[in-house]
Design a protein around this ligand. Structure first.
Ligand SMILES: [Zn+2]
Ligand SMILES: [Zn+2]
Length: 337
């Protein structure tokens, strides 16, 4: 009798992913569960640019210079490219502990705290980064001690490395692996909206001399983008401030490094120089997502184990000795080349 052994296909990693994210293209695209506002962002950009190119560009190209639509098209493509890169990528999700790892960690916590079974042991660790004490909190969902700057996104149900915020407009979390693309998106979107608004006003002024102001207004419907210009420019100004001081939105909202908390409170991640902080955020190395996750998971387990036994390893991959702007730029150039 012939026995036919049926091979069960091995499930891909994203198919068994425990968080609430959605995956497309065989796991190559990762987004948050709710993506409705992301499609609204896409439609708003496409409609605004479509109206500008249809109603204003041909007139401006004829009357002023054909470079205007060319610059507009380049800015538009850059905005769409950075938006899709931010929305479709892994923001730096940390892997949850396996049942064995979680049980091992629980055992270590119990031993270290001398658990009597009556009171739950404290679930925080302290590490010193550049002279500043930072608390590592235990995540009850992911069963790990979160690395510094990581936070659990309640919408995506994952811990994200260097968590900035969950952005419904881009339909994803913004974290270590997509922050620079998010920043480039809002910065280029500011340039695009200011560019469109400036040339729509120019079109109205030139046109009103020929056909009157009200008719000229009707010919330039994109003038309504006046209301969105200020919020987009304001947002990119805020993130420029965050990048220059190497802070995240999460830290800024909580006032983590505010001097109001205590006199000696300072941001231990800052390189102390605006230019180096900007280079670190925009040009610093960007390891592939699996690698980031695996490295952090092992560091976290290792770190917590050592801390509990009384000696924390002094080599966390955090800027203990700040790298110079030039070296960060070189790393970026090498990764691009
Ligand atoms: Zn978590
Ligand atoms: Zn999220």
């Amino acid at each position: 009798m012939k026995m036919v052994l049926k091979k069960t296909p091995k499930k891909r990693k994203w198919e068994t992913f425990p968080g609430r994210n959605k995956f497309y293209c065989d796991g190559r695209i990762m987004m948050a569960k709710q993506t409705g506002v992301f499609y609204l962002t896409l439609v708003l950009i496409l409609v605004t640019c479509g109206l500008f190119f249809t109603f204003d560009c041909w007139f401006l190209a004829e009357q002023l210079t054909p470079i205007i639509p060319v610059i507009g098209a380049v800015l538009f493509l850059f905005v769409i490219g950075t938006l899709l890169r931010t929305s479709f990528s892994d923001p730096g999700v940390l892997p949850r502990a396996t049942p064995d790892e979680a049980a091992d960690l629980e055992r270590q916590i119990d031993v270290a705290n001398g658990s009597t079974g009556y009171r739950p042991p404290p679930r925080t660790k302290e590490v010193v980064i550049n002279g500043q004490t930072v608390k590592l909190k235990y995540c009850f969902t992911c069963k790990i001690f979160r690395p510094p700057r990581a936070s659990h996104c309640s919408l995506c149900d994952n811990c994200v490395e260097r968590f900035d915020h969950h952005c419904p407009w881009v339909g994803n979390c913004v974290g270590k692996r997509n922050y620079r693309f998010f920043y480039m998106f809002i910065l280029s979107l500011s340039f695009l909206t200011v560019f469109i608004f400036a040339f729509v006003i120019t079109h109205i002024i030139l046109n009103s001399q020929r056909i009157g102001f009200l008719s000229a207004l009707k010919d330039s419907p994109v003038v309504v983008c006046f209301f969105s210009v200020w919020s987009i420019v304001g947002l990119s100004g805020f993130h420029t401030y965050l990048i220059s001081s190497n802070q995240t939105t999460n830290e800024d909202i909580k006032g983590s490094w505010s001097s109001k908390r205590s006199k000696d409170n300072y941001n231990p991640y800052s390189y102390g120089n605006i230019f180096t902080n900007c280079c670190a955020a925009l040009c610093g190395p960007l390891p592939p997502s699996e690698q980031v996750a695996a490295i952090w998971a092992s560091i976290c387990m290792h770190a917590c184990g050592h801390r509990l036994s009384g000696s924390f390893p002094p080599t966390l991959p955090i800027p203990h000795r700040p790298e110079g702007a030039f070296s960060l730029f070189l790393q970026f150039s090498c990764s691009v080349l």
